[in-house]
Design a protein around this ligand. Structure first.
Ligand SMILES: Nc1ncnc2c1ncn2[C@@H]1O[C@H](COP(=O)(O)OP(=O)(O)OP(=O)(O)O)[C@@H](O)[C@H]1O
Length: 363
């Protein structure tokens, strides 16, 4: 699956453009502020119905324009084609079109266009809160394990209801017990799906990382969100008074974490910036491999400023891994010389020069 044609209108400083892109490697190069990241942001908007730069979409709309639109033709591995479009106006209306029909939800886009983003914010995967790592983990589980979304929705509903009972001081334990029951069933299902996914992810991650770095002490460990030796119901019973005092449920899959450690230390406290970037890339590339195995539906990689923080040897090793994925990749960089080598001779590489919002295909 790959984007074959991308149309962008009214996004940041980009001039309206139709790009015929490579199904494999696309390199966008140009000076600071020229609009390279905005192209990645446009693709991200199309796939996720949101930006990666801010929680609001309004700042993406070009000054003096009333709306922004991204449209793409997608070629699937079986030869079929889809047309996806998204537009957002200043009145906050978001319209998503899939093959000429209005889409019901952004999740439909996410299913059609799985996306992996590697940018400066990706460091939050190691240094940020567990929420970042849960999002990373759940991206994989969502795309690989089909039951995940319904278990996730049941967890959200039961958790919300239980927390509401706790906050409103509802003392009737039978009301809470009904939500506890639903919460425990959904939690165990999510825990099993996450665990199964991590079991698959770990060896692929280790093999991928070994091609980038020699870090034998690095481990991934999963914390499910409650004590591993107890049933969730026991933990909920034990924590009940404290949960009621706090007004929310402390234990459960909403507190899970995927810890990345080097020996006994948090990876972020030990690794250099370059090493952190490579660990993050290995995690995301491993997810891409698992997705391709499970759905034969490769994801699209957006890599903002790939060369930053990496020396030549590691930059080339990363390019080789992205090449081996056989996915579509959009890479930004300032200096194109750093990115034109490192690809296999038969890999189609397209170069685009971005200059003051104008994008021009280049040799
Ligand atoms: N809503 C908007 N309308 C018009 N221009 C905007 C808007 N929002 C941001 N800009 C401008 O668009 C450009 C966006 O640049 P972008 O971040 O895509 O650059 P870049 O090429 O990735 O730069 P860098 O190499 O510094 O990361 C900036 O010059 C910014 O000032």
């Amino acid at each position: 699956m790959a984007i074959s044609q991308l149309q962008v209108t009214g996004i940041r400083n980009l001039k309206p453009v139709t790009l015929h892109v490579s199904p494999r490697i696309n390199i966008l190069y140009g000076d600071n502020g020229s609009g390279k990241t905005s192209v990645l942001e446009a693709i991200h908007l199309l796939a996720m119905a949101r930006s990666f730069r801010s929680t609001r979409l309004q700042p993406m709309i070009q000054y003096e324009q009333s709306s922004c639109t991204v449209f793409a033709q997608i070629k699937h591995t079986d030869g079929s084609q889809s047309n996806l479009g998204i537009s957002r106006d200043r009145q906050s209306e978001l319209r998503i079109r899939i093959d000429g029909q209005n889409a019901r939800s952004a999740a439909q886009l996410a299913q059609l266009l799985p996306l992996q983003l590697i940018n400066p914010d990706s460091f939050r995967l190691l240094e940020g809160s567990p929420k970042m790592r849960r999002q990373f983990l759940d991206w994989g589980v969502f795309h690989v394990e089909h039951q995940f979304i319904s278990a996730w929705q049941r967890l959200q509903t039961s958790l919300k209801q239980r927390n509401s009972c706790l906050r409103h001081g509802i003392m009737d334990r039978s009301v809470i017990a009904a939500w506890d029951n639903e919460l425990c069933i959904a939690s165990n299902e999510i825990d099993q799906l996450r665990r199964a996914y991590i079991t698959k992810l770990k060896p692929v991650f280790e093999q991928t990382l070994a091609k980038l770095l020699d870090l034998p002490g690095l481990t991934l460990s999963y914390f499910r969100g409650w004590d591993k030796t107890s049933e969730l119901q026991e933990v909920l019973n034990k924590n009940f008074d404290r949960d009621r005092a706090l007004g929310y449920t402390q234990a459960g899959p909403q507190r899970a974490d995927l810890r990345v450690r080097v020996d006994k230390h948090n990876a972020v406290d030990i690794l250099s910036r370059g090493q952190q970037k490579l660990v993050i890339c290995a995690l995301r590339i491993a997810q891409g491999h698992l997705l391709s195995q499970a759905r034969r539906n490769e994801c699209i990689y957006l890599v903002d400023d790939l060369p930053s923080e990496l020396d030549e040897q590691h930059r080339l090793a990363l390019c080789q891994l992205l090449d081996d994925l056989e996915c579509q990749v959009f890479i930004t960089c300032v200096d194109k010389q750093l990115m034109i080598s490192g690809w296999r001779t038969d890999t189609p590489v397209s170069l685009f020069h971005v200059e003051q919002g104008q994008i021009t295909p280049s040799e």
